[in-house]
Design a protein around this ligand. Structure first.
Ligand code: IFM
Length: 451
């Protein structure tokens, strides 16, 4: 039975928010009318993007936003989560790009007219290149530049926004971008990741201060991605390695926000890898948030590796995987939510991203039968409901993604959308998963109108 339509399921209640999500660089295009971001530079660097593509055109969302919003409306969702492009709003000389702001204001106004709640993310990885030229997230000043940018945006948007997230997945910005280098700006070195994350978290805290001052009635928080880790065997070494992976990849990001300190591990990492923590930083970072956004895709198994890199994560074998090679493991989402609930006293949780990439193809009669995605969404919504039944306070669920888009270092080869995008014509087609969601949400509306 489909979770949304099931009577008594938390997903059937009108006050549980169900939405779809995107981000600026991945869909907007219109690259000529904004400053360059670190992703433009990364795309221009040979060998960084699998299909040598870039975000200059992407899904032409800036051009097509009105028809895109009509499609969102037709899906019967409660909310649309999208991000603001910092380089579209603040120019290199520090002046405000009013055309950029106007684009978002028109989008927000239309969403409100349609009764779709706008969930705005202020930073989804597209740092202005002019800030990277000054050191990017390795430069403490970038956090203060973020604070100023947030003030401009929040004042301009007024009460049009339902929910603000400061950052999306700072793990990816810091670790993938500044430690292993597979994301922009592409730096490699253990000495960078933890310094970058400290400045990102500081930016979050400073951004929260601005939000509290200028948007005190709008719910505000942050979005983190998590991977639940499981030992690859019962061997004590694998169990220890699993805890280490959890500390590095999960706790390093949430503990400072909730407890105001980094995991104990910080005492054991070499000095040159440690973040530069100033007095008062941890108080700023750990100021209260109204919600925690949780992004979940898959789990990982961990094996002790003996050497300098103390653990490794063998690829999934013999289980269902997605086009990303990620294991389909809905139980991991329940386990993760229960673990977070046990380990921290948290504000309400919103599942801000969940979904999968599949090798979708359009049939000759114009359909996209993305069966795996339908199953994935249903089992993962059930996994959320299972955690709620155990007492975890979860108030919403967003599908990643509304439409196929630029999947970062993998370019346009991986399709995460519930809308199929033909990149030659920019035509959007509802995949079967979108129709499935649309029908379920229509039933839900009917159910709630009866009640
Ligand atoms: O496409 C990304 C998104 O930008 C951030 N979260 C994970 C998604 C899938 O990789």
């Amino acid at each position: 039975m489909d979770i949304i339509a099931k009577l008594g399921s938390p997903f059937s209640h009108a006050d549980f928010t169900i939405g779809v999500a995107t981000s600026s660089f991945q869909i907007e295009g219109d690259g000529e009318n904004r400053e360059k971001s670190i992703w433009d530079t990364f795309c221009d660097t040979p060998g960084k993007i699998a299909d040598n593509s870039n975000g200059i055109v992407a899904c032409e969302h800036v051009k097509r936003w009105e028809s895109d919003l009509d499609i969102i409306d037709s899906l019967n969702v409660d909310a649309y989560r999208f991000s603001i492009s910092w380089p579209r709003v603040i120019r290199q000389d520090g002046s405000v790009n009013n055309d950029g702001l106007s684009f978002y204001i028109a989008l927000l106004d239309r969403l409100n007219e349609k009764g779709i709640k706008p969930y705005v993310t202020l930073y989804h990885w597209d740092l202005p290149q002019y800030l990277e030229d000054e050191g990017g997230w390795l430069n403490r000043q970038t956090a203060f530049a973020f604070e100023q940018y947030v003030e401009v945006v929040v004042k301009a948007f007024g009460d049009r926004v339902f929910s603000y997230a400061t950052l999306n997945e700072p793990f990816c910005s810091a670790y993938l971008g500044y430690e292993v280098g597979i994301h922009a700006p592409g730096l490699v070195g253990k000495e960078f990741g933890k310094k970058a994350i400290h400045h990102l978290l500081l930016a979050h805290g400073l951004g929260m201060r601005v939000l509290r001052e200028h948007a005190p009635t709008i719910e505000s928080g942050i979005v983190l991605n998590f991977t639940p880790f499981y030992p690859a065997s019962n061997d004590e070494k694998d169990v220890v390695a699993t805890k280490l992976a959890h500390d590095h990849h999960n706790d390093w990001y949430i503990k400072p926000l909730i407890h105001g300190d980094y995991p104990e591990l910080i005492d054991h990492i070499p000095d040159h890898q440690k973040p530069d923590i100033h007095q008062g930083d941890m108080e700023i970072i750990s100021a209260s948030i109204d919600f925690l956004g949780v992004n979940y895709y898959t789990r990982a198994r961990v094996q002790d590796n003996g050497g300098e890199d103390p653990y490794q994560m063998p690829p999934a074998e013999g289980t269902e995987t997605t086009a990303m090679g990620w294991e389909v493991y809905p139980q991991g989402l329940t386990d993760l939510l229960l673990q977070l609930h046990r380990d921290y006293e948290l504000p309400p949780i919103i599942i801000t991203e969940n979904g999968l990439a599949s090798d979708d193809e359009m049939t000759s009669d114009g359909h996209v039968h993305d069966i795996q995605r339908q199953g994935y969404l249903n089992t993962h919504m059930n996994a959320v409901a299972a955690a709620m039944a155990e007492g975890v306070n979860i108030t919403g669920y967003f599908v990643w993604s509304l439409m196929d888009n630029f999947e970062w270092a993998l370019g346009y080869e991986k399709r995460f959308g519930i809308l199929y995008v033909d990149y030659d014509t920019q035509k959007r087609t509802l995949k079967d998963s979108a129709k499935y969601l649309q029908t379920m949400l229509a039933k839900r509306k009917a159910l709630n109108n009866q009640g």
